[in-house]
Structures are given as C-alpha cells and as structure tokens.
Write a protein that binds this ligand. Structure first.
Ligand code: DLZ
Length: 170
C-alpha cells in the first residue's frame, strides 16, 4: 500500500498579513539552521503575506536554550502593544558519540511544549533531531540527495495556520 507521507496541505487559505511571528534559532550548526530559517521566513512572506517587519528573529547558542528564550521573549512581547501570535523554534541536533543528543532532544521537546501550553502561544517544533550530517542537510533542502526538502517551509506554513487559528480561538 502506498500513502502520501507528510502533511497534506490545508484546503483553507490563511491570511497572515496581521500576524506577528517570532523565530528563535540556534547558532549551533549554523549553515543548516540558516537555510531552515530562510525557508520558514520566505514561505510566510511569499505565500501568506506575513510582513517581514512583523517577523522578529532572535538567536541563542544551542537548542537547549530554545525553550527559555521562547518563554522570555513571549513574556516581553506581552508588555508591548503587539504580542506574538506564533513562534517557531529552530535548531539542529546531530547525534554524536555521547549521550548529549538524547538529553538535549528530550529536554527541548518537552520544554517547547510546556512553554507553548503555559503561554497559550503556538510554538512550532522546528528542531531537527538527526542521526548524521546527511539527514540534517537533506531536511534543510541542502546537499545532493534528490529527496531533499527544506522543513522550514512546513514550519512557516504551520506557524501561519496556528497563528491565525489562535487568534480565532482566543
Ligand atoms: C552541547 C551541544 C551538542 C553536543 N550538540 C548540539 C547540537 O547538535 N545542536 C545544538 O543545537 N546544540 C548542541 N549543543 C549545545 C547545547 O544545545 C547547549 O547550547 C549547551 O549545552 C549550553 O547549554
């Protein structure tokens, strides 16, 4: 049996022109992360009319710092006239020879979910957890593999959908 792998595009057309989106990304594995950030940003602006000036970009050192940064920045934005409607946390974890990968991946995924539910702001899980460099490159749309695909594109779409739905459901 064959089936369509991955996310089926939504049948609804979302208007992102009034959304405010935060992207927090790591400086670890920088080239791969930058391609993912570009994919997310370009998708939001070109497909959904999100204004570039309404996309805030902040960096942290590594993926472990992403949940704390998201929590602080969401909190700070609440003090300003316009708070964030959606957040994308972007990082790339690549398995090495120690247990670092497992601990960080677990902490970050749990942390991001906790910040999202506690704050009521949808946070897209844009953290690749890869077993090797090739997997990371392929998922950022880089390298030679024919099946490469930039997952940042999906994260941008997800952020707009969740941001719009969040403003409706609030
Ligand atoms: C320490 C570490 C390691 C080994 N690997 C990665 C990685 O592949 N991707 C990533 O984003 N960050 C990594 N880090 C850094 C941690 O996430 C964190 O920045 C440090 O442990 C400091 O808290």
């Amino acid at each position: 049996m064959t089936f369509t792998k991955g996310v089926t595009p939504s049948t609804e057309k979302y208007d992102g022109s009034s959304l405010r989106v935060l992207i927090v990304h790591t400086r670890w594995n920088c080239e791969i992360v930058e391609a993912l950030v570009r994919g997310a940003k370009e998708t939001m602006t070109s497909e959904y009319n999100v204004k570039s000036e309404n996309i805030s970009i902040q960096t942290v050192a590594g993926s472990y710092e992403l949940p704390f940064a998201a929590q602080s920045l969401i909190g700070a934005s609440r003090m300003s006239p316009q708070s964030f409607d959606a957040v994308i946390c972007i990082g790339v974890l690549i398995k090495g020879s120690t247990m670092h990968f497992e601990y960080i991946a677990e902490a970050v995924s749990q942390g991001i979910m906790r910040v999202s539910l506690d704050s009521g702001v949808p946070i897209v899980f844009g953290v690749l957890t890869c077993l090797n460099d090739e997997q990371a490159l392929e998922r950022a749309g880089l390298g030679d593999n024919e099946s490469k695909h930039n997952h940042g594109i999906d994260w941008g779409r997800c952020a707009v959908e969740m941001g719009v739905k969040n403003t409706r459901w609030m």
